[in-house]
Design a protein around this ligand. Sequence first.
Ligand SMILES: Cc1ncc(COP(=O)(O)O)c(C=O)c1O
Length: 402
Amino acid sequence: MNPSIINPYYDRLPGSYLFSTIAKKIAEYESAHKNADIIRLGIGDVTSPLIPEVIDAMHKAVNEMALKQSFRGYGPEQGYDFLREAIVRGEYAPRGIDVASDEIFVSDGSKCDVANIQELFAADVKIAIPDPVYPVCLDSNVMAGRTGSLDQVGLFEGVTYLAANAQNNFQPELPQNPVQLIYLCSPNNPTGTVLTRETLQKFVDYANRNGALILFDGAYNCYIRDDALPHSIFEIEGARTCAIEFRSFSKTAGFTGIRCAYTVIPKDLAKLHSMWNRRQTTKFNGVSYVTQRAAEAIYTEEGWRQTNEVIDGYMATAALIRSELTAAGYTVFGGEHAPYIWWKLPDGEKSFDFFDRLLARCEVVGTPGSGFGPMGEGYFRLTAFGDHERTKIALKRIKERL
Ligand SMILES: Cc1ncc(COP(=O)(O)O)c(C=O)c1O
């Protein structure tokens, strides 16, 4: 094969995907230490089983598939109306947010939606990306050739980075260079911090003033404990003319393995709404009926209660990590409205070095902050998705051995 037929932009990505690098390090440690008892507070995967309401709905849907009269084949590419309507009723209407069911596109994950959405935009649009953030936003644009090369400091040429750190209280400033696509993520992965109403309003006003578009990743919205904080970009005045929102059932309801998410494109953005519809109908064949019935089930009264009970459990673990690390004299951020705790490392310690130290001394695994962008250097991400009792053991080891 002639190498010139290959997309050259993939080679701009540094090394392998963050979590693969980490998995390799853990595997190496385990093969060198046969009796290792590793506690994983690293990868952002849920561990609680699906709630009974969801399981019941899935069983029922499977039984429907077993009968000729209720069997379903291909569903609508945009998602079944029963789910799109349940999302409006369960997520948006209670907060007085104006979103209609035909503005919701059900999918099999926010990861693919966040990555795929960029194909609706011109190759030369300029992007602004929070730093640090979930790597998919940036990497998908690198793959599409929308950035230059990676420089010495770990920044891609041509990308505007929106730094979020302790100095600015994790509220990024507006982009200093002209940009047309702005990614925002709140509650943020990895910092676990939330963008305030004032910050979001500033970005929405900027976008409307400059003809830019905000791509708002709200995968963790259900973890926000404070009703006064914005849960959706569409709570912000003017957002319907400049924003798209991504949400997922992964962290809301433990669907990381089941796969279901949705993207909201307001009809005010008529061109993008119809383009995404075209994109999905051409390239996507919908989420399974059983899965959509499962997702719908979290919005019954009992389903919502059970869902929140699981989230409360994770948040109790987040509170424990926060309080134990703080009591041990460490500085931590996040973890109050998100399942992530952003641990400030001792001055000068590199986050990948800390990963190795934590693994070697405590057999605890977290995620190096630098994997989420250069501003993540000097920080470390712990997650509250692990088993509560195992997390307690991990914290005890950290206090005693680190
Ligand atoms: C910010 C953010 N967005 C999206 C996703 C992916 O969600 P999904 O499982 O729906 O693909 C994640 C998963 O970790 C995430 O952290």
